[in-house]
Design a binder for this molecule. Structure first.
Ligand SMILES: CC(C)(COP(=O)(O)OP(=O)(O)OC[C@H]1O[C@@H](n2cnc3c(N)ncnc32)[C@H](O)[C@@H]1OP(=O)(O)O)[C@@H](O)C(=O)NCCC(=O)NCCSC(=O)c1cc(O)c2ccccc2c1O
Length: 278
């Protein structure tokens, strides 16, 4: 299977951003830090994800980490960059402490495109939560998943714990957080943390294959399904997403168009044209 002819969208400092054939590929590019993110990395991730969201030709986003590093090791992401962790978060060049990866988590979940994490090597701490919030995860056979917060002074009580528990169950989620163990690809697959495991050299090709299959399907159906899956867990914001899609579909109907035209034309709408379906 051929890989797409990836085109650089825009040069960034901490990430790479490519697009081709309806697929956007975002690569965290700090292999010397096991692809840990600092505030600037997160701003760039936000910008690229928003671009992919706004691009009507893009249906699938692949999120991955650059590697291997010069020591031969791979990482999807090792979480927040501990060398810039300050008093109230991760401190960027502007001196402001932030936990802005939370914005990226929300964007990945709410954007009406399918986000697939391609995990090679370490997905640890905030990097583990990052793959968790993606719609799908394809793991390389060298993937290592785990949380580290309680052993280094952090925790993610949001998606990182409650959504994790939805995925692997309460007992397993508590084990993952309380013991801070590392789980290999097969163990991660067994507990439902990842969708499939492939040899490392096939990781990108597998992601592209999944993306192409998704792109052959109905964008609106997948959009509504994503919102429906989210609504089950996301409370009012999940309902808002789902209902937004109902409004979008209603705007596209003849019925909504007739009522809108009638208002603009200052006439009575022809309501009787439209059925009250059972
Ligand atoms: C990921 C590892 C298990 C890999 O171990 P390995 O032995 O293979 O590699 P090294 O440890 O030698 O690392 C190589 C090189 O990379 C640097 N590095 C690795 N991880 C980080 C990191 N997170 N930050 C900065 N730098 C990192 C390491 O220093 C080495 O550099 P040298 O120059 O010394 O060669 C292992 O590396 C590891 O355990 N890493 C740390 C994992 C970690 O603590 N992550 C942070 C968890 S907390 C978090 O991510 C987090 C972020 C948020 O924004 C949140 C927001 C809101 C709520 C919660 C949040 C949150 O918990």
């Amino acid at each position: 299977m051929s890989l797409p002819d990836w085109q650089v969208v825009k040069p960034f400092r901490d990430i790479l951003y490519h697009k081709a054939d309806g697929i956007a590929k975002i690569t965290i590019n700090r292999p010397e830090k096991r692809n840990a993110f600092r505030p600037e990395t997160v701003f760039e991730l936000n910008e690229a994800l928003n671009d992919a969201r706004e691009d009507t030709s893009v249906g699938v986003v692949l999120l991955t980490g650059a590697g291997p590093h010069t020591d031969g090791k791979y990482a999807f992401c090792a979480g927040g960059d501990q060398s810039v962790r300050g008093h109230a978060g991760y401190v960027g060049a502007d001196g402001v402490p932030r936990l802005n990866i939370l914005d990226v988590q929300k964007l990945i979940r709410s954007m009406p495109k399918v986000v697939i994490a391609l995990v090679a090597g370490y997905a640890i701490g905030g990097g583990h939560v990052l793959h968790l919030v993606c719609d799908l995860t394809i793991a390389a056979d060298n993937a290592i998943c785990g949380q580290v917060g309680p052993k280094m002074g952090s925790f993610d009580g949001g998606f990182g714990s409650s959504y994790l528990a939805r995925i692997v169950g309460q007992k397993k989620a508590r084990e993952i957080w309380y013991l801070c163990r590392q789980y290999n690809a097969e163990e991660s697959l067994k507990m439902g943390l990842v969708n499939t495991v492939v040899p490392i050299e096939q990781l990108e090709a597998e992601g592209v294959q999944w993306a192409r299959e998704i792109l052959d399907h109905s964008p609106l159906a997948i959009r509504c399904l994503k919102a429906a899956f989210n609504a089950d867990v996301d409370g009012q914001s999940g309902l808002q997403e789902l209902a937004g899609n109902a409004t979008l579909l209603y705007y596209m109907s003849e019925e909504a168009k007739e009522f809108h035209s009638a208002q603009r034309e200052k006439r009575k709408p022809d309501a009787r044209r439209f059925p009250w379906l059972p």
